[in-house]
Design a protein around this ligand. Structure first.
Ligand code: MD6
Ligand code: FE
Length: 207
């Protein structure tokens, strides 16, 4: 679908819906829910199999995405504490369900990866291919500072399109786009009411 938007960009990719400002009315509650999760399971910079440390800090609710030098996996337990990841708060599940419905999916997430980008942090091109059910979409919520998101194709070398994701934007990503390469360019410093960083919530159906 093509969606001209408030920010002068348009974006067309089968299987991708960009819901501008969809999370705005819940932003304060979402940040409070993130704070409560982080009090139990703090943000940390995971190591990746190549030996590097991710510049994006991460935590999880529900079934958690974990990286270490052995690879990537989903785990019910936080390897830092040995405890289960915090439950997904109802406001998370409800928002993801409503956004997916807007895009034509019936979606009940069982995991949420929470990313925190400080200025200078970035995420290289990758595919989300550790989940069990590719018929389910991924719902992605952006909060705080804007970031430039890159959407590629199904092969790493395919051309990428850039799109700016702002506070409150929700992207629903499924069907033919589900295994597209994507990444986030280096976050620029700035000011935002929620703080000088960006949060991204990605909701998945892992099992
Ligand atoms: C981010 N997002 O926006 C990182 N993955 O910070 C992702 O990696 C992502 O937004 C799959 C689907 C949507 C996403
Ligand atoms: Fe991803």
């Amino acid at each position: 679908m093509t969606q001209p938007d408030l920010f002068g960009e348009s974006f067309a990719r089968a299987g991708v819906a960009i819901l501008r400002g969809f999370a705005l009315t819940d932003d304060i509650a979402l940040v409070a829910a993130i704070d409560a999760i982080v009090a139990e399971a703090p943000f940390r910079h995971m190591m990746v199999p190549g030996g590097g440390r991710m510049s994006v800090a991460m935590t999880n609710a529900g079934i958690g995405w974990v990286a270490d030098t052995r690879g990537y996996r989903y785990d019910r337990a936080d390897p830092l504490s040995g405890q289960l990841w915090p439950d997904m708060p109802p406001i998370f599940v409800d928002l993801a369900h409503r956004a997916a419905r807007e895009a034509g999916f019936d979606f009940s997430p069982d995991g949420c990866l929470i990313n925190r980008y400080e200025p200078g942090a970035k995420m290289g091109l990758h595919q989300d291919i550790n989940e069990g059910d590719y018929s389910a979409p991924i719902v992605s919520v952006s909060l705080g500072l804007p970031a430039t998101f890159q959407f590629g194709g199904l092969k790493r070398g395919d051309p990428v399109e850039k799109i700016t994701l702002h506070h409150g934007d929700v992207v629903v990503w499924g069907g033919p786009a589900r295994k597209s390469f994507h990444g986030v360019l280096t976050l620029k410093a700035g000011h935002h009411a929620i703080g000088g960083h960006r949060y991204n919530l990605t909701f998945r159906k892992v099992l």
